[in-house]
Write a protein that binds this ligand. Structure first.
Ligand SMILES: Nc1ncnc2c1ncn2[C@@H]1O[C@H](COP(=O)(O)OP(=O)(O)OP(=O)(O)O)[C@@H](O)[C@H]1O
Length: 371
């Protein structure tokens, strides 16, 4: 029951939002469309669901053309950023309503059975007699999700469903979703600007950029092998650090280095295909930076802007040559703003991007490969 879209185009006035998207969403996947705000995620979801029409292109569900089929004639559920529930109906009545208005003539027993089952699955069975205003934000969103799921749609479209929830509820629903949808037959298409949400829940991720899905892959593959700079710079919490470098080779030796600045050189061991004298964008993940002594080999020394500590993990926000870079540290750290801090880097975990085309041209030996 996968979805295939082919050559989708959509403009609003002179603004082109989708520029010929072709995409396969595998059956029963949890497929996240990730992009910054305004990139066109909602537009793509609405076209795939049949709520909006494209200027050109086709949509197939399970091999069957659906491009012009109305949304009510498709087996789809929708969940939006706003928790859309009927305010004057109880949670139970909210859940029952999609079945009551359906053409399928569900019996009262069947409706009650499905309400109970869905409420238990989404952990809202204790609030079935409450009105929406009498439940928490997380429960209201779970109610909205239950309403979308109760007809057991083949396809569930969710457009930033966690956006209005606080941090704790987001975390909770992230793990609920992952558990729930790994057991269901539903194919989930999930739009979010939050890389962390997508990385926590998805089986597959597609990254939308300039009107196209520039990379689509299994979750681990797109995380470990971001093929283009915009993907690398976005998909991570915090994202990958990117620093411009020049590859240098001493005339008298075979040793090669990534030269970051006059004082900073990092051995380019293992990157034999790169050309001396060329400039590159060097990528390394915040979790692959280790605190070290000033002046140690293969190290950089950025300036601390501030430290953010969540639980026991510290995220260091730093300035390095006018760029914001991040490091993750497994323990709480108490450091002074403006301090110079040295980090050792591991060239085996480097990514090297072409600074113009933005594509990945080399990666260190410790970066998992997928083929
Ligand atoms: N009905 C419309 N009329 C005119 N412009 C629209 C319409 N719908 C969307 N747009 C424009 O199309 C672009 C993409 O919008 P869309 O909502 O699809 O992006 P998004 O990635 O979902 O953003 P967000 O994360 O903020 O929801 C935006 O510039 C938006 O203003």
């Amino acid at each position: 029951m996968g979805i295939r879209v082919e050559n989708l185009h959509k403009s609003f006035g002179t603004e082109q939002v989708l520029d010929g998207i072709t995409l396969d969403i595998p059956d029963r996947s949890f497929f996240s469309v990730v992009a910054p705000t305004g990139a066109g995620k909602t537009t793509l979801l609405r076209i795939m669901a049949g709520i909006e029409s494209a200027d050109a292109g086709t949509v197939h569900y399970d091999g069957e053309e659906m491009t012009d089929v109305a949304v009510q004639d498709r087996s789809v559920g929708m969940v939006y950023q706003e928790f859309i529930n009927y305010p004057s109906l109880t949670v139970r009545e909210n859940l029952a309503s999609p079945l009551q208005v359906s053409d399928e003539n569900y019996s009262a027993e069947e409706i009650e059975r499905r309400v109970q089952e869905t409420a238990e699955m989404l952990k809202i069975d204790h609030i079935l007699n409450n009105l929406p205003e009498e439940v928490s934000g997380g429960e209201a969103q779970r109610t909205a999700i239950s309403r979308a799921l109760i007809k057991e749609p083949d396809y569930l479209f969710m457009d930033e469903p966690l956006a209005n929830l606080d941090y704790k509820l987001r975390e909770q629903l992230r793990s609920d979703f992952e558990r729930l949808f790994s057991e269901e037959d539903t194919t989930v298409i999930y739009a979010t600007p939050q890389a962390g949400d997508a990385l926590a829940m998805s089986t597959h991720i597609g990254f939308l950029h300039d009107g196209n899905i520039i990379q689509k892959a299994l979750r681990d593959e797109i995380y470990y092998r971001p093929r283009y700079l915009p993907v690398a710079e976005y998909l991570g919490e915090p994202p990958m650090n990117i620093v411009p470098v020049t590859l240098v080779q001493e005339p008298t030796s075979t040793d090669r280095y990534f030269e970051v600045d006059d004082d900073t050189r990092i051995p380019a061991t293992g990157f034999d295909a790169l050309s001396p004298g060329e400039t590159y964008h060097l990528g390394f993940r915040p979790q692959d930076m280790t605190l070290t002594e000033n002046g140690a080999e293969a190290s950089i020394t950025p300036t601390l802007s501030f430290v953010e500590t969540v639980g026991s993990t510290s995220t260091l926000h730093m300035d390095f040559q006018g760029r914001e870079i991040y490091a993750l540290h497994p323990n709480p750290l108490h450091l002074e703003t403006g301090a110079s801090i040295s980090f050792a880097l591991d060239p085996k975990k480097f990514y090297v991007y072409d600074p113009e085309a933005g594509d990945l041209i080399a990666a260190g030996d410790k970066i998992p490969s997928f083929s």
